[in-house]
Design a protein around this ligand. Structure first.
Ligand SMILES: CCCCCCCCCC(=O)SCCNC(=O)CCNC(=O)[C@H](O)C(C)(C)COP(=O)(O)OP(=O)(O)OC[C@H]1O[C@@H](n2cnc3c(N)ncnc32)[C@H](O)[C@@H]1OP(=O)(O)O
Length: 227
């Protein structure tokens, strides 16, 4: 089990990651190690690999302190969790890690789909795939600009994803037009030979979202709280 903690300024802005976990299969671990080796921290003082990725912290909600959810009681507000991080049983649902490559403005997500994500027998539910695509592309758009809302997500399912398997979700910025970001995304087998899903998304950042997210950390992103 690899623990990593980071303290961001001010002191209240702490995020903790505990990735990977024991449920990660061989393929997931190999890919994680591969991108980790190419990530900023890991490459310091080592030979230049020509590409530099940044591993994004593992968020379990977008704001550390409950500020939203007018229809929820205060107690329930504090229990709000990011949809993809709300099942605690390791390996049961969404196991994923995200890396970002600044120079190419692209993201890669390694995703291992657990048994609770079944749709067609033995395969991943289309809604779960769309959820991961929304998460990756939405995170990507937020990193490039400011917190966003998904305005449009167009998903084409090309071949089913076997339950329990590991896939790659890669996203790139197609176009930026004011506060609108256009991002496209491909879900493939880990060797890239099989295309599972293709998607395009349109994301909108707005003044209101920015004010609502005024507590975002200095790297223009969200807070994490693993309580
Ligand atoms: C740390 C973890 C990070 C996790 C990331 C997870 C990411 C998850 C992201 C989500 O899932 S967000 C939840 C799902 N999305 C929503 O609930 C959004 C609901 N819709 C809205 O809130 C508004 O419709 C929206 C903010 C998208 C747009 O409202 P605006 O009032 O800003 O839009 P407006 O009508 O003024 O249009 C602005 C521009 O956007 C365009 N637009 C708006 N809706 C669109 C649409 N649906 N498709 C394409 N274009 C659209 C519109 O044509 C126009 O283009 P132009 O500037 O060129 O005139």
């Amino acid at each position: 089990l690899h623990w990593s903690t980071k303290l961001l300024s001010p002191a209240s802005l702490i995020y903790i990651t505990f990735l990977p976990n024991s449920s990660w299969g061989k393929e997931m671990m190999e890919l994680y190690n591969h991108y980790n080796r190419l990530s900023k921290e890991a490459t310091e003082g080592q030979e230049d690999h020509g590409e530099e990725w940044t591993r994004l912290p593992s968020y379990n909600r977008t704001l550390k302190y409950a500020t939203g959810g007018a229809y929820l009681s205060k107690i329930i507000q504090s229990k709000a969790r990011l949809f993809t991080r709300n099942i605690r049983d390791p390996g049961a649902a969404f196991e994923y890690v995200l890396f970002f490559r600044q120079d190419k403005l692209k993201c890669v997500c390694i995703f291992q789909a657990g048994h609770l994500l079944e749709g067609p027998p033995g395969h991943v539910h289309g809604g779960a795939i769309a959820t991961m695509i929304d998460t990756v592309t939405g995170t990507h758009a937020s990193l490039l600009s400011a917190p966003v809302m998904t305005a449009n997500l167009n998903v084409n399912y090309r071949s089913p994803i076997p339950l329990g398997s590991t896939v790659l979700i890669e996203s790139i910025l197609d176009k930026e037009d004011g506060r609108k970001m256009y991002i496209s995304c491909r879900v493939t087998s880990t060797d890239g030979s099989k295309l599972h899903t293709e998607a395009t998304g349109n994301f909108k950042s707005g003044k209101l979202f920015i004010i609502k997210h005024y507590m975002c950390i200095n790297c223009k992103f969200y807070l994490n709280n693993f309580t």
